[in-house]
Design a protein around this ligand. Structure first.
Ligand code: ATP
Ligand code: MG
Length: 235
């Protein structure tokens, strides 16, 4: 591949395929996907349940491995990485936000947010300072010492956003981030993701059934049966 053509491309996939073995059968999660996403885009990924949205995000996040094809994210080849390179990739390149928040229940909000930075070797004082700045930005300062069970859904998701941002990753992947939120909290989460994109230049890819993110999309990608059905900018 031409390296210069890659400089602004943050996600490059070709023939990307994920087949899940299931007993004697197999399920096609993603089928021969070709994709190029430029740094700075705000991509809304749509498609019916089972169409492959989470599969695609998991591959891009380095949480799952493709069966075949090519996948480069931020210039790194996901299919040729060692486990330790993948760990560094997940830590440095990708901030992942899930529908179910995935917070650690025994840690406070602040500790949940600090954890990825601490695991990356950031000194506690620096991690805490960064976490407090992010929590402040997300309107969560007063909840810093709470445990996840003491938060509303919107507060849990804002905590998860702060955690995803603590390592300042260039790429934010959000899998149905508003799925467990009412529309007001959902809008707030989408607005923060929009700010990250517009004001700070993060690339954002959101898989969602809702239309809350549509006004901010630079691009819509529709999946169907694991394949790209359409790929277009906003009308
Ligand atoms: N771990 C797995 N083992 C077997 N099949 C799987 C696995 N994960 C996903 N699949 C299958 O792969 C296909 C794509 O699933 P995926 O979770 O990517 O869909 P989705 O678009 O995210 O759906 P939803 O909108 O419901 O979240 C589905 O047919 C699903 O059943
Ligand atoms: Mg999904």
């Amino acid at each position: 591949m031409n390296h210069e053509a890659m400089t602004d491309t943050i996600i490059f996939a070709r023939d990307l395929t994920r087949i899940y073995p299931l007993g004697v059968n197999e399920v096609v999660g993603l089928n021969q996907v070709d994709l190029m996403i430029a740094a700075g885009e705000f991509v809304v990924l749509k498609g019916a349940s089972g169409s492959g949205k989470s599969t695609l995000l998991s591959l891009v996040a380095g949480l799952d491995a493709a069966t075949r094809g090519q996948l480069q994210v931020a210039g790194r080849d996901l299919l040729r990485m060692t486990e330790s390179q993948k760990t560094a990739f997940r830590r440095d390149v990708v901030g992942m936000i899930f529908q179910s928040f995935n917070l650690l229940p025994t840690l406070s909000v602040q500790e949940n947010v600090c954890l990825p930075a601490l695991l990356a070797g950031v000194p506690l004082a620096d991690a805490t300072r960064r976490a407090d700045r992010l929590l402040d930005w997300l309107g969560m300062s007063a909840r810093r010492g709470h445990r996840p069970a003491q938060l509303s859904g919107g507060e849990m998701q804002r905590t998860a956003i702060a955690r995803a941002l603590i390592s300042q990753p260039p790429l934010i992947l959000a899998d149905e981030p508003t799925g467990n939120l009412d529309s007001k909290n959902g809008d707030m989460v989408i607005e923060r993701l929009r700010d990250l994109n517009r004001e700070q230049g993060h690339t954002v890819v959101i898989a969602t059934h809702s239309d809350q993110a549509d006004p901010f999309a630079t691009r819509f990608i529709h999946l169907r049966d694991g394949a790209i059905q359409s790929d277009q900018g906003p009308c």
